[in-house]
Design a protein around this ligand. Sequence first.
Ligand SMILES: Nc1ncnc2c1ncn2[C@@H]1O[C@H](COP(=O)(O)OP(=O)(O)OP(=O)(O)O)[C@@H](O)[C@H]1O
Length: 243
Amino acid sequence: MTKDFRGFTAVNSVNLEVADNTIHALVGPNGAGKTTLFNLLTGFLQPTSGQILLRGDDIAGKQPEQIAHMGVARSFQITSLFDEMTLVEHLELALASPTGLGYKFWSSRKRLGAFRERSMELLSEVGLADRSGQRAGSLAYGQKRALEIALALANNPSLLLLDEPTAGMGIEDVDRTIELVKKVSPGRAVVFVDHNMHVVGSLADSVTVLQSGEVLAEGTYDQVRNDERVITAYLGETGDTHE
Ligand SMILES: Nc1ncnc2c1ncn2[C@@H]1O[C@H](COP(=O)(O)OP(=O)(O)OP(=O)(O)O)[C@@H](O)[C@H]1O
C-alpha cells in the first residue's frame, strides 16, 4: 500500500504480510513511516492506493470503528487512560462499546456489571487483577501500559497492533512486557513497533525494516540485523541502535 501526503510519499508500495499466530516487528529510523502504516491499518488514514486484507476482506477505506469491529485493535504509544476511572471500569467500558452500550455508560452502570467477569479475566491476563478497583491514575507507568494491552485485547482482536509497547520502560518492565506479549499472542497476529532491539530480538518471528517509507529489509531478526543496508540505515541515525 502507498500513502502520499500532498506529494510526499510516507509509505511507498509497502507489502506487509503477517500470518496468524506470529509476532511481527516493524522497525526503522525516525520518519520511516511506521506510525503512518499503523494509521493505515486502523483506518485513521486512508491509503492513496493499495489494498489492506484482513483474513481476505479488504479493509482499506473503512472507518476506524468498522475496522475495530472486524478484529483490529491497537494500543497507543501515548497513554490514553482516564486517571479517575478504576481498572475494571476501563475494561467494562471497552467491552461494552462494541455492543452499542458505550454511549449509555453513564446512565447504565449496572448493565456494565455484566462485563465484570470478563474484565477480571483480562486484568488477570496482564497481571493486574489485584488492582482492579484502583484508579488508573494510581498505577506505575509499566502497569498503565499493561492496562492498555488489556484494553486492546478486550474485543479479542485477530490483529493486535502495539505501538512502542516498551517505550520509556525500565529493564524489568521491558522484560515483563516481552513475556506479556508472548502470552497474549497465540490465536492472533501481532505487529509491534519498537526501537529496542532486545525487544525485537526476543519477540519477533519476523521483522520488516522500513526506511523513507520503503521496505529496506525483511526476514528473521538475525537476518535483518546482519543486513548491511540495515546497519547503514541505523548508523546514519544514532550510531549504535542496531545493538
Ligand atoms: N499528516 C501528515 N502530513 C504530512 N506528512 C506526514 C504526515 N504524517 C506523517 N508525515 C510524514 O511522513 C513520514 C513518516 O512519518 P511516520 O510518523 O509514519 O514515521 P515513523 O516511522 O512512525 O517515525 P517515528 O519513529 O519518529 O515515530 C515523516 O516524514 C513525516 O513527517
